[in-house]
Design a protein around this ligand. Structure first.
Ligand code: PMP
Length: 397
């Protein structure tokens, strides 16, 4: 039977979400998440994955994963601190540190739990965290878990950050103060103003934390947003995921040796959740070698990103303030956004609608993620479909 209170809660809330166009329907893929996917029985141009460099289906990564799986099995068998640490995990962490130009790194099972782990391992209720209002959900949850006072600042507004940093410092209420930002904001594609953030951090003695999930592999010739600005010495925590440009799964912190030593004894997913599977780790190692060895994929990603962005802008779409290949098409109204995405799908493009609560109410968008694996023909076809649907729905003049 189950709880009637729970049933009532779920029925009421699900109905409300559906009536407002806020209920996200999940479409399972019938193929790999490459530039063309089969979904709902139909082949579509895929503009929704985070597989920026196309590495998720790269034969070199697949071979590495298969070989490591044959050698070490499918699972690590334990948490890192008991006996789930294979030499492969150590190699991955060394390679990540080298790639990020830091002293050390620690790997987690996902980018999401990396943020939960790292923030709460260092910050507590005597502390405060200055957090960009558009930071990713995993940062928000990591901040909440830490029990530190969360002080949001207006998105990339350096005057607001300075003011709030000054107030927090002068209040004398907090032992430690941290500033946290995404490196690249995933819903708009804009880049954090790291040079100013680091300057404010210097002025008010703030710990600096950059989640570069969408900047790694994309900016700084692949090494990320911090490298892009030449600030590797100035940022305490460099977070990355292994699930987007790297194409696999996992997350990491790169930083000073003592920080990583501390996270290894205090961050709970490292202590209490089974280590990354060997095949995934081997695939990540291969991906980092590819990135470190050549900028070919990175360059192709930017070429495709610039091409799609220019095309959409020329058609007359509002693509916001993107400075990276992430290209939103901002529609506004949630229901119209869902309808726009549905019509694109019917015509041949899979580009998912992103609405509240992932983005603020009234800023619904179809977000486009071109990758290195797309061809110009695919992008031209996608642009033609955008034009057709945009005109039919009255979004374009
Ligand atoms: N941080 C940011 C900024 C992200 O966009 C994401 C992915 N949605 C994550 C963290 C979580 O990463 P993962 O998917 O590897 O758990």
């Amino acid at each position: 039977m189950g709880s009637s209170i729970l049933r009532q809660f779920l029925e009421e809330n699900l109905a409300e979400l559906k009536s407002k166009g806020l209920y996200n329907v999940i479409d399972p893929l019938e193929t790999a998440n490459g530039p063309i996917i089969k979904v709902g029985g139909k082949e579509r141009i895929n503009l929704s994955s985070n597989n920026y460099l196309g590495l998720a289906t790269d034969p070199r990564l697949i071979e590495a994963a298969v070989a490591a799986t044959r050698q070490y099995g499918v699972g690590a068998g334990a948490v890192r601190t008991i006996n789930g640490t294979l030499q492969l995990h150590v190699s991955l962490e060394q390679k990540l540190a080298h790639f990020k130009q830091t002293e050390a790194a620690i790997a987690y099972q996902s980018g999401f739990n990396c943020n939960m782990a790292a923030i709460s391992a260092v910050m507590d209720k005597q502390d405060a965290i200055l957090s960009d209002e558009l930071n990713h959900a995993s940062i928000i949850d990591g901040c909440r878990l830490s029990k530190a006072k969360i002080i949001p600042y207006k998105h990339s507004d350096m005057d607001d950050l300075r003011l709030k940093a000054k107030e927090a410092k002068q209040s004398g209420l907090y032992k430690k103060i941290m500033v946290i930002t995404d490196g690249v904001f995933s819903m708009d594609g804009d880049i954090a103003k790291l040079p100013e953030i680091v300057q404010i951090a210097d002025e008010f003695d703030l710990i600096t934390y950059v989640d570069d999930a969408h900047g790694s592999g994309v900016l700084g010739k692949g090494a990320g947003t911090v490298k892009h600005f030449g600030l590797s010495d100035k940022v305490d925590f460099q977070i990355g995921t292994l699930s987007k440009a790297i194409g696999v799964v996992g997350g990491y912190v790169a930083g000073k040796q003592e920080l990583i030593d501390w996270l290894k004894v205090r961050s709970r997913p490292f202590l209490f959740s089974t280590a990354l599977p060997p095949g995934d780790v081997a695939a990540c190692l291969t991906a980092i070698d590819i990135l470190a060895g050549s900028t070919e994929l990175h360059d192709r990603l930017w070429e495709n990103g610039t091409y799609l962005k220019q095309g959409l802008r020329q058609l007359g779409f509002d693509i916001g303030q993107s400075e990276t290949p992430i290209t939103p098409c901002i529609i506004g109204d949630e229901k119209q956004t869902q309808e726009f995405s549905r019509r694109l799908y019917e015509e041949g493009v899979y580009a998912k609608a992103i609405v509240f609560p992932t983005v603020p109410r009234g800023t619904g968008r179809v977000r486009n993620m071109p990758t290195a694996a797309h061809t110009k023909e695919m992008l031209d076809q996608a642009l033609a479909i955008y034009e057709k649907v945009g005109k039919e729905m009255g979004i374009l003049a």
